[in-house]
Design a protein around this ligand. Sequence first.
Ligand code: ZN
Length: 99
Amino acid sequence: MRQHGKLEYGGHAAPQRTCVGCRVRTAKSELLRLVRVEDHVVPDLRGRLPGRGASLHPSLSCLELAERRRAFPRAFRVTGPLDISPVRAHLEGEPRNVM
Ligand SMILES: [Zn+2]
């Protein structure tokens, strides 16, 4: 049986991801999925964008941690600089998780 479009909280079957900022493992549903579009890192709000993703708590402090430790180039397997301003703008404009 598959469930679509529902978030599971506390279920043992809920997938987990590691936040690229603070490196804490959290339920995937609590994390913001980020994808790379050319040189930009953008929030994948619908979980539909193709490509390699990275997970981040929807918080500016985790974004800053990730930036400081250069987690994004590593997560996306690129060597050049990445523009994370779309993610920052999203987090500044939307302090709560948007679903
Ligand atoms: Zn985090």
